[in-house]
Design a protein around this ligand. Structure first.
Ligand code: AMP
Ligand code: MN
Ligand code: MN
Length: 316
């Protein structure tokens, strides 16, 4: 099944690995695990991410060749794009990548575009980390601690600690295997979820004061403005987990976090419980994602965007 990938890896020496902007645990864990897998095969891998690693993932064993802002120049024997459903979400310089080497797209988004020469897309996989494990297994790539802790974190965070509906038996099986390679579940959980700077909670207080609910408390919405970041001396990465937090309200089916990017432009994060498909709604606004976790960017004032979201969520 992974014959073509095997040919590319066996036949090449220099590889680029990249993912989506605003990388999450799956994006980072997947890129870093593949870096260590290729490094172990005596290949020459490079990782590019448009945005920096958020503080909660800084404990992960990092590539020595890690580039930010712009993809490094040169040509590659393979360019792995991981956990990234839309080509543009690689960020700056993504167009240039097509002339820098064959693109291998490995992803699990429902709205994934087939932009690679090879596309391994499995919507039924919990995470991109899960697909990568299957590739390592098929290619008999030895698992080191550095691979294991990155893979574990990819699966652990993308399943919301095995709580979201994408949690499947493979997620448990692979994570259990990773503990055999030295991964401590308690250590990963503590680093990811219990290692926040105090400022994050000051920001959370501000954000919660904007909380509104609609449709008999089935939709919850909160806003993060640039002013709040400024006032609390925080940045975008401090909001990780906020949308999941307001989803914890009883009866809420859809939770929305609106993050101000610039004047009249907001990044929307949506999460849902059960069958409500937020990927469909975000797709309507030019974004995408999964049934229970999706995002998009919308232009307009806070009030205009709230109205458009309410309309999209309530129309039959
Ligand atoms: P986020 O709310 O940014 O954590 O994203 C939730 C999910 O939706 C992730 O799987 C993202 O990859 C996806 N997603 C977020 N924003 C966009 C977008 N603008 N276009 C396509 N997919 C997105
Ligand atoms: Mn992701
Ligand atoms: Mn993912």
């Amino acid at each position: 099944m992974f014959r073509k990938i095997k040919q590319i890896i066996d036949g090449g020496n220099k590889f680029l690995i990249t993912t989506h902007i605003d990388p999450d645990g799956d994006a980072i864990g997947s890129c870093f695990s593949l870096y260590w897998a290729l490094d172990g095969l005596q290949k020459n891998p490079f990782v590019y991410m448009r945005d920096r690693v958020p503080y909660m993932y800084e404990f992960l064993p990092k590539p020595t060749q890690l580039f930010y802002n712009e993809p490094p120049d040169g040509t590659y024997d393979g360019i792995f794009i991981l956990d990234c459903g839309n080509f543009f979400r690689v960020g700056n310089g993504h167009e240039r990548l097509k002339s820098q080497g064959p693109i291998i797209n490995i992803d699990h988004h429902a709205t994934s575009e087939k932009f690679g020469i090879i596309n391994i897309i499995n919507q039924n996989s919990s995470s991109t980390g899960e697909i990568l494990y299957n590739i390592y297994d098929a290619l008999m790539i030895p698992i080191s601690y550095n691979i294991a802790v990155n893979l574990y974190t990819a699966i652990f965070t993308d399943t919301g600690s095995f709580r979201y509906p994408n949690t499947n038996s493979e997620a448990f099986l692979i994570c259990e295997k990773m503990t055999k390679f030295g991964v401590s579940p308690a250590h990963v959980a503590q680093m990811v979820y219990e290692n926040h700077p105090k400022e994050r909670f000051v920001l959370l207080g501000e954000v919660l004061s904007s909380l509104e609910t609609y449709e008999n408390d089935t939709i919850a919405l909160a806003v993060v403005t640039k002013e709040m970041f400024h006032k609390t001396n925080t940045a975008k990465e401090y909001t990780e987990g906020f949308v999941e937090f307001i989803k914890e309200i009883r009866g809420v089916n859809v939770a929305i976090l609106m993050k101000e990017l610039s004047d009249n432009q907001y990044k929307i994060s949506m999460r849902s419980k059960g069958d409500t498909d937020v990927a469909l709604i975000c797709n309507h606004f030019g974004g995408g994602g999964h049934r229970n976790a999706a995002g998009c960017t919308i232009n307009g004032s806070i009030i205009q965007i709230k109205d458009r979201l309410k309309e999209a969520l309530t129309k039959p």
